[in-house]
Design a protein around this ligand. Structure first.
Ligand code: FES
Length: 80
């Protein structure tokens, strides 16, 4: 659905280093000229360039995010 003045495209910036959430469906043209389509209601666009599924976020940014000083050790969160 194309955006209109009555229904502008909505984009949400959740946090630095994370994806941009865009109301779908979307069409994304990457630097090499490839066009990617998604018909999902909300699409997470990768801004960190670490995604194996670029331009879509695959949550790889989480492994590269700076840790908060009071955050528990990752091995304590998931002892597997
Ligand atoms: S923003 Fe999530 S993998 Fe890049």
């Amino acid at each position: 659905m194309p955006s209109t003045p009555d229904r502008p495209t909505r984009m949400r910036l959740d946090r630095e280093g994370g994806p941009v959430l865009v109301d779908g469906p979307v069409e994304v043209v990457t630097e090499d000229g490839t066009t990617h389509f998604s018909h999902r209601p909300t699409v997470a666009l990768c801004t960190c360039r670490k995604s194996a599924r670029y331009p879509w976020c695959d949550t790889s940014h989480r492994a590269h995010a700076p840790r908060k000083p009071d955050a528990p050790d990752r091995t304590e969160e998931d002892p597997r």
